[in-house]
Write a protein that binds this ligand. Sequence first.
Ligand SMILES: [Zn+2]
Ligand SMILES: [Zn+2]
Ligand SMILES: [Zn+2]
Length: 352
Amino acid sequence: MRLLRCPSCGFPAWLESLDCRACGAPMMLATATLTMVAAPGAVDDGGHALVACVNRGWGCNWSLRADSPAASCFSCRLTRRRPEADDTVALERLAETGKAKRRLLVGLADLGLPVEPYWHVDGGLAFDLLSSQSGQGPVVIGHAGGVITIDLAESLDALREQLRVRLGEPYRTMLGHFRHEVGHYYQWQLVERPAGRLLDECRAVFGDERASYADALARHYATGAPAGWETGFISEYATMHPWEDFAETFAHYQHIIDTLGTVAHGGLRIDASALLGTRTQDIVPRTSYADAPMAVALEDWQWVSYELNRANRAMGKGDLYPFSIPVAVGRKLDLVHRIVTASAVPVPFIGD
Ligand SMILES: [Zn+2]
Ligand SMILES: [Zn+2]
Ligand SMILES: [Zn+2]
C-alpha cells in the first residue's frame, strides 16, 4: 500500500480517509492515479474532472469521472447485490465491509492484476454483499463464476471473533475473506480458463482440483486437518481441497506483498545488527517484488513479520502474522507469484 497524502497540506492520509487529520480538508481517492485529491470535486493528472462517489455519506471516499453516466465509484458498482434500502443495520455493515473491499482492490491494482467487472464480460468480477442477519436466510461466503459472496454480519467484531475461536483459526478478518475469495476468482481466470502449463503446475503443487469438493468438505468437517499438516499447508482450512489450498495461499500472498509494500513506502528497514548475526546486509523491504523471485520477498517477510509480531506483542496483542511458512508453502507462494507476475499489467490500474 502506497503512502497517501492530503492534497491540501501533504499530511499522510489513510486509505479510508474522508478528511485530513491535520488540516481537515475533505479528500477522495482518484482511482486512475491512486492519489488523494480534493473532495467533492477535482481534476486529476490526466485532466479529467472527478466527482465524489454517491456513497460518500456511507464512508466511501472514492471518486469517479464527472462525465461517467454512473453515480457511484468502481468499487461500489462492483457490488451487484446489497441489502434492501430500508435495512439500515445491514447497510452500516455494508459501509464497514466496503473499506475492506476497497483495500482489496487497491492491493490487486498494486499487483498489476486487472479487474474485469461483471458488466464488461461474462464471468467478470462481482460482489454479492448480503447479511445473514437480514432475515432472508443464511449467506454462504464463497465464489462462483466471478461472483464473490460475503456475509456482511461477519463485519461485526463479536460475531467474527466467535466464529474464529469456534473454527480454531488464528486470523479472521473481512479483508482476509476478500483476499481468499478473490484467490478462487483468479485461479479460475488465470489458471483454469487458459488451461495451459500453469494448470499442470498448479496440479503438481496444490493437487488435482477435479477431486470431489463435496467429499472433501464432508471429510474436513468430520475429521479435521490431517496430523502434521503444518509442514505442507498455511492453514488447516487449506488442507480441505486443492482449491482451498490455492485460495488460502493466494490470500497470504496478498497479505505478505501488501504489508511489505506498505512498510517499504513508509521507509521501514531493519538494520543487520538486529538480525541475530544471520545476515550482514540490512533488510530493505521493496515497494514491488514483481522483478524479484518469491524467495526474496519471503526472506524480507521473515524479518519484517518478526518485528511486527514483536510490536503487536508489546501492545498486549497476538501476533500480527500468526503463521509460519514451511518450505512446501514457500513453493506454493512461489507458484502464485509467478502466476501473478505473468499476468500483471505494468501500470497499477483500477477500472472506472
Ligand atoms: Zn491536510
Ligand atoms: Zn463508492
Ligand atoms: Zn474458499
